[in-house]
Design a protein around this ligand. Structure first.
Ligand SMILES: [Zn+2]
Length: 79
């Protein structure tokens, strides 16, 4: 199978507790139209070679999706 549009489950809870906290706090809710409301019940997965976390808005329960973007610390002259 060469289908890459498949979700691959990952274990959110294997991350550092601090990182988990961070990721759970830095959210955007489409329904509340507010950042950093927090989310609960996180589910991490890989999709199209990118990593996402689905969770429920801590305020309204709407499902929010956060993409995890790692900053490149070895960035050389890249704007
Ligand atoms: Zn919300």
């Amino acid at each position: 199978m060469s289908d890459t549009s498949e979700r691959i489950a990952r274990d959110f809870f294997s991350r550092d507790p601090e990182e988990q906290q961070d990721l759970l706090q830095n959210t955007w809710c489409n329904k509340c139209q507010e950042v950093d409301l927090g989310m609960v019940n996180p589910v991490e997965y890989e999709f199209m070679e990118r990593i996402f976390i689905d969770g429920e808005c801590a305020k309204c329960g709407e499902v929010t999706t956060t993409e995890i973007v790692y900053e490149d610390e070895n960035d050389l002259g890249n704007e």
